[in-house]
Design a protein around this ligand. Structure first.
Ligand SMILES: NC(=O)C1=CN([C@@H]2O[C@H](COP(=O)(O)OP(=O)(O)OC[C@H]3O[C@@H](n4cnc5c(N)ncnc54)[C@H](OP(=O)(O)O)[C@@H]3O)[C@@H](O)[C@H]2O)C=CC1
Ligand SMILES: O=C1O[C@H](COP(=O)(O)O)[C@@H](O)[C@H](O)[C@H]1O
Length: 511
């Protein structure tokens, strides 16, 4: 890996503390940082190198996956960190930064490869990019990269404006747009599972698949982020980015050679074939919800509009479910149901692929128990892959019963890199595969824009759902219209027959 100077805007902030420093430390322990590596932290706070290093040390002790108990190792790691007081709007501060970086590069005798990581509010992205360009920070004789956090725009127009402005200073191949769902280990495996398994490849079409369900349910409410969330809602916070990225990663058909350009090209193809919704069609295909008071794990919780900082008459969405259709030869006729929300019954991010049931039309009475084959990718909080098949139950007159084959990934999970580790590592390597290309971002906003307008104009009802439930009943009805239901919601009538204690096949992925 090439020598790199990691220039971190927002080095005193929450994201840096909780995610970036722990990720860097884990990479360091795993020998995945460049031999020659410096971090220059930036912020307005009057930190010194020493106070910066002390803050980083606290962060890695508290949040990193790898133990920070080897004093020598921790010292070596912290030695790479320097701090520069900088106000994003002050041009002269960038000259000071340039001198400091050049001095570090000279000390270490390394090429001026600079990775600028913007862990600051989106209102600063354009100013920072322009100042990097104007100050000469971006015109040294090495590579430069820009890593930016979400949100990338507030709607289609603002995203386009932002992109146009950033592209004055950074070319598309230099911009690494983080979507942390793309860094999740199971999401990174989706493509490989398809590429390396002809069985999956062969089944990945409308000939065999009845529908696909993508869920990202959360138990948390708005937390302390009222000011941010009340203007954003589930549609911008999760759906436009994370959920549509999961959708693309599920629907792509990958060639064996998965060079970054190919993956991105295939994702773009999916978005190009995605049937667009007109504003007036949104309410038939999209369910908008907001949580009301309820209970979470037996404890009462307030409704969204009673949360601190939220207007009592807020119409903001804390839940969204949508039916998407892809108009290409692979997926025509296969609905993709996508949902996400806060204050739901459980934290789970999951993709369920439900297969068609060719046996059903010729079934006799003892086949009533036949459940569809399902392929389930659990993305979080636990990773796993499960295949639901049917077998015969010798104790019940040979009735059919479903069994689960669990691909048990638990043993190997203790040391699985976290999303930010994967993404920072890729950014250091310059591998853009798991970052959002502008085309994907733009097409996601294009699809979402009619939803934003329909929400704004109240063309879509806002359904209230009880905190601790699985969202509004209308989200169930969205699937019921097509003869389907959400899998794995703990509603008794929708549960698959209990297979506990019955024959199960467990394969450890290490075997
Ligand atoms: N926190 C999280 O879990 C997540 C955050 N994000 C995104 O990451 C970004 C950062 O979030 P987060 O760390 O939570 O935010 P914080 O509010 O905790 O930190 C903001 C950072 O920006 C710096 N900053 C603000 N204004 C200026 C300025 N004028 N000049 C220089 N530095 C400035 C602050 O430094 P100082 O005060 O020292 O000037 C601070 O380091 C945001 O875009 C957020 O949306 C994305 C996903 C998750
Ligand atoms: O980006 C965001 O993601 C989190 C959920 O992330 P996860 O990795 O815990 O699934 C969400 O809580 C937050 O509102 C959103 O901004």
């Amino acid at each position: 890996m090439e020598p790199t100077t990691f220039v971190l805007f927002g080095a005193t902030g929450d994201l840096a503390k909780r995610k970036i420093y722990p990720a860097l430390y884990n990479l360091f322990v795993d020998g995945k940082l460049p031999q020659s590596f410096s971090v220059i932290g930036l912020g307005r706070r009057e930190w010194t190198d020493e106070s910066f290093q002390a803050n980083v040390e606290q962060s890695i002790r508290r949040f990193s996956r790898r133990e920070a108990d080897d004093a020598g190792l921790v010292k070596d790691f912290l030695n790479a960190f320097r701090f520069c007081v900088l106000d994003i709007g002050r041009k002269e501060d960038y000259q000071k930064l340039l001198k400091m970086i050049e001095q570090r590069e000279n000390e270490l005798n390394v090429a001026p490869n600079r990775l600028f990581y913007l862990s600051v509010g989106p209102e600063y992205f354009e100013t920072i990019a322009a100042n990097i360009q104007d100050s000469g920070l971006g015109s040294a004789n090495g590579w430069k990269r820009l890593v930016i956090e979400k949100p990338f725009g507030h709607d289609l127009q603002s995203a386009r404006d932002l992109n146009r402005n950033l592209s004055k200073s950074f070319a598309e191949q230099e911009v690494f747009r983080i979507d942390h769902y793309l860094g999740k280990p199971m999401v990174q495996k989706l493509g490989a599972l398809q590429q390396a398994n002809p069985v999956i490849q062969a089944l990945w079409t409308n000939r065999y698949i009845a529908n696909v369900q993508i869920t990202a349910n959360e138990t948390v409410g708005v937390e302390e982020r009222a000011g941010y969330y009340d203007h954003i809602g589930a549609v911008r916070d999760m759906f436009q980015n994370h959920l549509l990225q999961l959708f693309m990663m599920t629907a792509i058909h990958l060639p064996h050679d998965s060079a970054p350009d190919k993956v991105r090209f295939k994702k773009k193809k999916v978005m190009e074939s995605l049937r667009t919704l007109q504003k007036q069609d949104v309410s038939a295909n999209v369910i908008r919800g907001q949580y009301k008071a309820g209970s979470m794990q037996g404890k009462p919780v307030v409704g969204y509009t009673s949360e601190p900082g939220i207007a009592p008459d807020s119409m903001n969405d804390t839940f969204i479910a949508a039916k998407l259709e892809i108009d290409d030869s692979y997926w025509r006729g296969v609905p993709f149901y996508i949902r996400t929300g806060k204050r739901l019954n459980e934290k789970s991010t999951r993709i369920v692929v439900e297969f068609k049931e060719p046996l059903k039309p010729v079934s006799s009475s003892n086949e009533d128990n036949i459940a569809p084959n399902l392929l389930v990718f659990d993305i979080g909080p636990n990773e796993g892959i499960t295949l639901q098949l049917n077998t015969k139950d010798p104790e019940r007159k040979g009735e059919f019963k479903p069994v689960h084959i669990d691909i048990d990934l638990q043993d190997s999970q203790d040391n699985v890199p976290e999303a930010y580790e994967n993404l920072i590592y890729d950014a250091l390597l310059g591998d853009p595969t798991f970052f959002a290309h502008w085309d994907e971002v733009e097409m996601s906003w294009e699809w979402v824009q009619p939803l934003l307008e329909a929400f704004e104009e109240n063309l879509v009802p806002l359904y209230l759902y009880e905190a601790g439930s699985y969202g509004p009943a209308e989200s169930d009805a969205l699937l019921a219209k097509d003869g389907f239901h959400w899998w794995f919601d703990a509603k008794p009538e929708q549960q698959i027959p209990n297979v506990e204690g019955e024959q199960q096949y467990a394969y450890n992925s290490n075997h």
